[in-house]
Write a protein that binds this ligand. Structure first.
Ligand SMILES: Nc1ncnc2c1ncn2[C@@H]1O[C@H](COP(=O)(O)OP(=O)(O)OP(=O)(O)O)[C@@H](O)[C@H]1O
Ligand SMILES: [Mg+2]
Length: 477
């Protein structure tokens, strides 16, 4: 969890959440139960086998030598199946992940699934993965059990054959029975130790695929400079104080594994207290630019400087200045209160700040009408609220944290005209105090902004006041 939560945003862009969940829950479990504990018991079993073998060697070296002759080929036989073990391990890992993924897809988009009528498709997909899981399990567990039966049978046959041969050779039966009783006693410990050891080797092979997945993720996350104790990071790095201006200096950004730049040499300046708007067609790069400003995406070229200090020296300190309202608000399955004071323990929630945020976001009436007021649960992803209410919770969240810079990505697009106006009023009344960056499709929303930037295919094609950019454009049309 530490690794994943501190990972770069781009790391998560191409990771499926099913794999992350599987790694955090399943693979760590298999590391503890299948790898660590198996290695420990295998060491114990090897010591047992070794010491009993030494005892038997002292009693009768010939018997041990011929026993080894029978047992060693068995080991090679099991070893022959090592690739199969790995394969079954891979199947188990992937099928398990597939099950989580198809449950997520089918039930996560329940409305769409029901209306389109494709429930059966997701059910089939889940069942297919479950069957794949079952088949790999059957094969693996059957194989894991087989050494026990084979070894037991072979050892018993060996004892019978060995005794018969010695009797035929005319050995004294009394002398023989004392040796045999030692062998019989030893085999009581030896057989389980042997079968456990071969079981253990199978389990290790089987889990190696899981372990590799976890290892490669951890290795990749290790490279991430964020993965350091927060205290250490803030001591060594310069704190970012925003007094005058933010300068974006020729920012160029390209998403990983994409050949085209999403942003091309974007430069702009934002003074304290100013509000700017980013407008442009869908896909123009507005959200990408905001993600770069937020420090979620690191540009390949260019720099963002706050009063002359690059934000990349201390991202945490920079992000501590920002309140962000995304295009789609993520709500947790908890009370409204905890959704607004996101990530703050319940006993540390500041009621005054909460009230202020609720009022500014035009949420007071909504909350009054809820059965338990602020303590009403909103359901998973806020399903018990309307789209506009969800968005207002997102706005209240950004306001609660009282950050100096507000970034709004289509923050008011789900609101009706009247509510939007009220929210915009509230935000406007904050401008002058707060610095705001607004993305909006509805141009009336950005009328009050000091400067408008129009984006097209990742470039700023026009900038200036509302009159210059929007009204002129409309006049031309
Ligand atoms: N994770 C990603 N990987 C690759 N390309 C991406 C990724 N996210 C966005 N893009 C591409 O980058 C371009 C800009 O997307 P962006 O989300 O910034 O647009 P936008 O201006 O916010 O659009 P909208 O108004 O619809 O929200 C688009 O062409 C999009 O396909
Ligand atoms: Mg967008």
């Amino acid at each position: 969890m530490n690794g994943y939560i501190n990972a770069d945003y781009t790391f998560h862009l191409d990771k499926n959440s099913a794999q992350v969940i599987q790694n955090i829950i399943g693979t760590t479990d298999s590391f503890a139960n299948c790898i660590m504990s198996t290695m420990l018991t295998s060491v114990a079993n090897s010591i047992n086998i070794l010491s009993i073998s030494v005892l038997l060697c002292i009693v009768n070296p010939w018997a041990v030598a011929s026993l080894l002759f029978v047992v060693i080929p068995l080991f090679f036989l099991f070893n022959f199946f090592k690739d199969k073990m790995r394969f079954w391990g891979k199947e188990l890992y992937e099928a398990n992940q597939g099950i989580i993924r198809s449950i997520n897809h089918g039930l996560g988009g329940f409305k769409e699934t029901r209306i389109i009528g494709c429930g059966e498709y997701f059910e089939r997909e889940t069942i297919d993965q479950a069957i794949r899981f079952a088949n790999a399990s059957i094969a693996f567990y059957a194989f894991k059990l087989s050494p026990r039966f084979i070894i037991e049978t072979i050892l018993v046959m060996f004892l019978v054959a060995f005794t018969s041969i010695l009797l035929l050779l005319g050995q004294n039966i009394q002398q023989l029975s004392s040796i045999l009783s030692i062998f019989a006693l030893a085999s009581i410990r030896l057989i389980p130790a042997f079968t456990n050891l071969t079981n253990g080797l199978s389990v290790l092979r089987n889990s190696s695929y899981d372990l590799n997945q976890l290892y490669s993720d951890l290795k990749e996350l290790e490279k991430n400079p964020n993965l350091k104790p927060i205290e250490r990071a803030s001591i060594t790095k310069e704190k970012i104080d925003f007094r005058k201006e933010i300068i974006l200096d020729s920012i160029t950004y390209r998403y990983p594994n994409v050949s085209k730049n999403a942003l091309n040499e974007i430069s702009l300046t934002l003074s304290k207290g100013q509000s700017i708007a980013l407008i442009g067609q869908s896909g123009a790069g507005k959200t990408t630019l905001v993600d770069v400003i937020l420090g979620l995406l690191t540009p390949q070229q260019g720099d963002i400087k706050v009063d002359g200090i690059s934000i990349y020296g201390n991202l945490r300190s920079w992000q501590n200045l920002i309140g962000y309202i995304p295009q789609s608000i993520f709500l947790i399955d908890d009370t409204i209160e905890k959704n607004i004071a996101f990530g703050v323990p319940e006993n540390e929630i500041d009621q005054q700040r909460l009230d202020k945020a609720i009022q500014a976001a035009q949420l007071s009436e909504v909350i009054e009408n809820l059965p338990n007021g602020l303590k009403t649960r909103v359901g998973e992803r806020g399903v018990m609220l309307s789209g506009g209410q969800r968005q207002r919770v997102g706005i209240a969240r950004a306001l609660y944290h009282e950050r100096e810079i507000l970034v709004l990505d289509e923050a008011t697009s789900a609101l009706d005209n009247e509510t939007e106006q009220l929210v915009t009023e509230a935000i406007k009344s904050l401008s002058g105090v707060k610095t705001t960056i607004i993305i909006a499709h509805r141009l009336t929303t950005v009328e009050h902004c000091d400067r408008i930037y129009m984006l097209e295919k990742g470039r700023i094609v026009k900038s200036g006041s509302y009159q210059e950019v929007v009204l002129k454009e409309q006049a031309i049309r």
